[in-house]
Design a protein around this ligand. Sequence first.
Ligand code: SAM
Length: 202
Amino acid sequence: MNPRQREFDTMAARWDEVHPPAEAAAAIERGLALVEPLSGAAVADIGCGTGILLGPLLRRLGPGGRVIACDLSERMLAIARERHPDPRIEWRQGDALAHPPAPGSLDVVLCFDALPHFPDPRATVRTMAGWLAPGGRLLVWHDIGRERLAAVHREAGPVLADDLLPPPEALAGTAVAAGLEVGLAIEDEESYTFLARRPAGG
Ligand SMILES: C[S@@+](CC[C@H](N)C(=O)[O-])C[C@H]1O[C@@H](n2cnc3c(N)ncnc32)[C@H](O)[C@@H]1O
């Protein structure tokens, strides 16, 4: 089994204590506002965990929207499924890169607090860029600063110790090379936001 899957499976039951939904709520609203319009949109939630994004996201999607909710951890995903029994969600368990959405099929790709756990974050951004339809938005964001996140991962033990978030400007170069326009590539001590868009004509 992928060691990160084992690690996140082990954490799933207490994930709400590690990443309390109430503490993340403002960051989630801030992020979802950046990728509007969401009504009727086709969205992927990559590394959805126990479904922290799904309540606010489903409210914004309306009846015509749909979400691919993907997570490596079977136990994280089981909790998310139980919390959100909604026919607009397609559940995918496993490595998001091994179960990719069809190229050009999505209006929005969301990756909240998950990118550093992919073995090659920049290659992951390149791959996610390929899932976007013209006009589609990619948002990678965190409610913690990059340095503090690295410290948290070091303290979590050897499996996650080297899971680092690249500086947002490094993602910008990758996104531009993948044909996207960068909207935001900013960070401070408490947050990290990378937003890019596929031009409407391409
Ligand atoms: C730090 S947790 C964040 C979960 C959720 N987004 C949140 O903010 O509460 C990272 C999640 O990414 C998932 N993950 C890690 N590598 C992944 C991969 N290659 N494909 C899909 N999910 C992955 C983990 O299983 C874990 O649930």
